[in-house]
Design a protein around this ligand. Structure first.
Ligand code: HEM
Ligand code: NAG
Ligand code: NAG
Length: 502
């Protein structure tokens, strides 16, 4: 008898779990929106979860199959999201009727962690608006100009290391690991106010703790998935996504630096300084924790993204020698203009071809293959001719398929070809608005785009000036299809051969 009861209970548990995992799967049917059949739990992300393809590919292929619909249903695990395929409609939602869609979907459950809940991308509504207003002055061109010398110190350490690797005039190595150290040192310096040199001191604490937080692997990945699917399990077990010991380390760094500077009147042109000033000028009374959260965001928003942009651009330069040569010539001109001065913000912004190369890299690689919004007030979506499209309800989630649009041949001819000329003065006017959105759109777009571009431009300048990028034996051929999971992460890495220019 006991045996039968156990079987029954097990059966019931499985059925409940299945019900729970698929409870929203009739949503699109009910609301009359086309969709593709989801699988339990993984929704339409099966190939990503099973490690068969990168999320970029899923988004791009889904877009290609469904672009004839203005709006189409997608299951992000068990949650339904409405994918908006039309550039004009994306404009309406992100810009014109922004107040109906002011927030992102939280990417992790943050209720019991003030440090995470305080990050700008997670904050909501009025609190977000206040913090965004506080931070906007921090990311202006003027502030970036002052911050540039701090970055320069890190570039010069990086190049120094690169040179020691090629005593015989050339070398080859995996670039992502190499550049991640640069990314790390720049964040330490510009966001957390401390100098670390991960090239000379590869095992420094800042690097190790930062890596353990940003690498979504193993138990970290598992906790992340649970927090996405069933956050109450973590709460029940008293677990946090990030170990308190680690977050405490970064919190202490920032708080101690703020105190020390206020007491000793020290000025250093980094994020902490700017946040201290912003805190003083702002009508809001931000707590220390809320300020620390803005430094913390660099780990999630800047760390991977910046390294990826530099690696992907280098890979494209290697694959397209003509582009590389032209960029080299442009950099040489600037180098002569600078004589022996280090690069600075204004000169970096004169690198016009560089800008085209980076934009084309952002287009083709779609680092953010989609971005999202949540509906906060019921909303009737209509198209340009005022025809009814859809009735959004409070809580509906919306995705914009940035990667799909950027790889759509209707907007970008031969989208698989890397061609910076798309962004030349003559051609860039032909790009249809709201089809090229590597940093998102509207008031909720990426606040760090200037910072990201500045860093990538400068690093590529130093790289191209110092060496020629060539294919290595280990370079992955079809690098896009070698990626897996939710990051830009080719399994075979970014292998390159570096040949000294001197
Ligand atoms: C190549 C580099 C980067 C790419 C491709 C990128 C892309 C994006 C995208 C697509 C969004 C969503 C925008 C939207 O929904 O409209 C976003 C948001 C954001 N990004 Fe970036 N980003 C990059 C680098 C950075 C850096 C260096 C920072 C540094 C602070 C940063 C900070 C943020 C923040 C704070 C948000 C949320 C803004 C808000 O909610 O108000 N990003 N980013
Ligand atoms: C450089 O060349 C020397 C002699 O040709 C050789 O002994 C040395 O191993 C080479 N170093 C590297 C890093 O390839
Ligand atoms: C590159 O894209 C940005 C928008 O992300 C734009 O402001 C800039 O003008 C573009 N540069 C070129 C050369 O097209």
């Amino acid at each position: 008898m006991v045996f039968i009861e156990i079987v029954l209970v097990a059966f019931l548990a499985c059925w409940l779990l299945y019900r729970w995992l698929t409870v929203y799967y009739d949503e699109f049917e009910k609301r009359n929106v086309p969709y593709e059949k989801p699988y339990p739990m993984v929704g339409n992300l099966g190939s990503v979860v099973l490690n068969k393809e990168p999320v970029q590919k899923t988004v791009i292929e889904f877009y290609k199959r469904n672009k004839m619909h203005k709006i189409v249903g997608f299951f992000n695990f068990r949650n339904p999201v409405y994918v908006i395929n039309e550039p004009e409609l994306i404009k309406k939602i992100t810009v014109k009727d922004f107040e109906h869609f002011p927030n992102h979907t939280p990417f992790i459950n943050v209720d019991d962690d003030p440090l995470l809940a305080g990050m700008l991308n997670i904050m909501k509504d009025q609190r977000w608006k206040d913090m965004r207003n506080t931070l906007t002055p921090v990311f202006t061109a003027a502030k970036m100009r002052n911050m540039f010398p701090l970055m320069n110190e890190c570039f010069s350490e990086c190049i120094k290391k690169l040179k020691t690797k090629m005593p015989n005039g050339s070398c080859e190595f995996e670039m992502k690991q190499f550049i991640t150290r640069l990314s790390n040192d720049i964040i330490a310096s510009t966001a957390f106010g401390i100098n670390v040199n991960s090239y000379q001191d590869p095992n420094n604490k800042f690097y190790n703790v930062g890596q353990s937080i940003t690498r979504f692997r193993g138990s970290q990945m598992f906790k992340f998935m649970i927090s996405n699917v069933a956050p109450w399990i973590l709460t029940y077990l008293g677990m946090k996504i990030f170990d308190k010991e680690k977050t405490d380390y970064f919190t202490r760094l920032v708080i101690d630096a703020m105190k020390y500077r206020e007491k000793n009147n020290i000025v250093r042109h980094d994020m902490i300084q700017l946040l201290l000033e912003a805190k003083k000028d702002s009508a809001q009374h931000w707590s220390d924790e809320e300020i620390v959260a803005q430094c913390f965001i660099f780990f999630f928003a800047a760390f991977e993204n910046n390294a990826n942009l530099i690696c992907a651009a280098s890979h494209e330069l290697m694959s397209n020698p003509d582009v590389q040569q032209r960029l080299y010539e442009e950099c040489l001109e600037i180098k002569e203009e600078l004589q022996d001065q280090p690069l600075n913000y204004d000169i970096a912004n004169k690198l016009k071809y560089m800008d085209m190369v980076l934009n084309e890299t952002l287009r083709k690689w779609s680092f953010a293959s989609f971005t999202d919004r949540v509906c906060s007030k019921d909303y009737k979506l209509t198209d340009e001719d005022d025809n009814f499209v859809f009735d959004f309800k409070l809580g509906d989630r919306v995705w914009f398929p940035l990667g799909g649009l950027q790889m759509d041949e209707q907007y970008f001819e031969n989208p698989d070809v890397f061609d910076p000329e798309r962004f030349s003065d003559d051609n860039k006017g032909n790009i249809k608005p709201f089809t090229f959105l590597p940093f998102g759109a509207g008031p909720r777009n990426c606040i760090g785009n200037r910072y990201a571009l500045m860093q990538a431009k400068a690093m590529l300048y130093y790289l191209v000036i110092n060496c020629k990028l060539e294919r290595s034996e280990k370079t992955v051929k079809d690098i896009f299809n070698d990626m897996r999971g939710f990051n830009v992460n080719p399994q075979g890495g970014f292998w390159l051969r570096f040949v000294s220019r001197k």
